[in-house]
Design a protein. Structure first.
Length: 150
């Protein structure tokens, strides 16, 4: 009886000590550098829209790299990119992505943010938060939409 209690006690203390010594490196509330593995080095394309001015159908495209993202919007004039990305897992396969956009911005760049919900490996929902209220209708029609793997 004494021996079985000692064996049980020593095993439970050893198990507790072993589990408590394991360090957890990821924290869900902190931001991580780069992009989530599910988005890295992938290309996505949205549904085509008819652009009256150009008399043609065009689709928005997004290319996620390791630490940057390139975007080309339908009816857009020039491509856009953001770099120095960080992300935070928001739950339910949703990622909030933060970064800086350089181009015509000041020396430090302008803040940029977006949100990506991953439905499966072929479908995501992308929402860009950097557009102002004046471009809200444009953003909802051409930018904030479902994208499919290219």
């Amino acid at each position: 009886m004494k021996k079985s209690i000692l064996v049980t006690l020593s095993l439970s203390l050893g198990l507790f000590g072993g589990l408590s010594s394991i360090g957890y490196t990821a924290n869900a509330s902190s931001t991580h550098k780069g992009l989530p593995h599910v988005l890295r080095n992938t290309k996505w394309k949205a549904k085509s829209h008819y652009i009256k001015v150009r008399d043609d159908y065009e689709a928005s495209e997004i290319h996620f790299h390791k630490t940057s993202v390139s975007e080309e919007w339908a009816a857009g004039v020039d491509p856009f990119s953001a770099s120095k990305l960080r992300y935070r897992y928001a739950g339910h396969h949703t990622y909030k992505i933060y970064g800086r956009q350089y181009g015509n911005e000041p020396a430090g760049g302008a803040p940029w943010s977006s949100e990506v919900k991953v439905y499966n490996k072929h479908k995501i929902y992308y929402k860009d938060f950097t557009y102002t209220a004046s471009l809200h209708a444009y953003a909802n029609k051409y930018i904030n939409s479902f994208y499919y793997r290219k």
